[in-house]
Design a protein around this ligand. Sequence first.
Ligand SMILES: [Zn+2]
Length: 125
Amino acid sequence: MMEFTAKAYFDFIGEGRIMGSRCGACGDVSLPPRPVCKECGSVEMRWEELGGGGEVRAYTVINIPLSRMEDRSPYAVGVMKLDDGPSVSGLILGVTSGDELSVGSRVEAEYVKEGGKTHLCFRLA
Ligand SMILES: [Zn+2]
């Protein structure tokens, strides 16, 4: 079985798949995947593909960007709670003002290829 590493996680993102680890003892899902359950310490972890739907739990719109993000400014970043359990942070594409977003807004995963990597981003659903 493939090891629960960040590399494996990003390789799956490159394929357009969100893969977490589910604990066989308590059912908790970790993202990124981890070999030991953060809730109960079990090592009975297995890969599980998660859906890309979720909702915004927290967000901020950044008007003064890092230099590498200048061409995207302003942009939104958020913490998304996936319908399948875990939370993940990422860019929320197509949003330029906080008025367009609220806690609870529905989002869907979108995979953005840039600089030879694939990034897990989100877009309002
Ligand atoms: Zn567990």
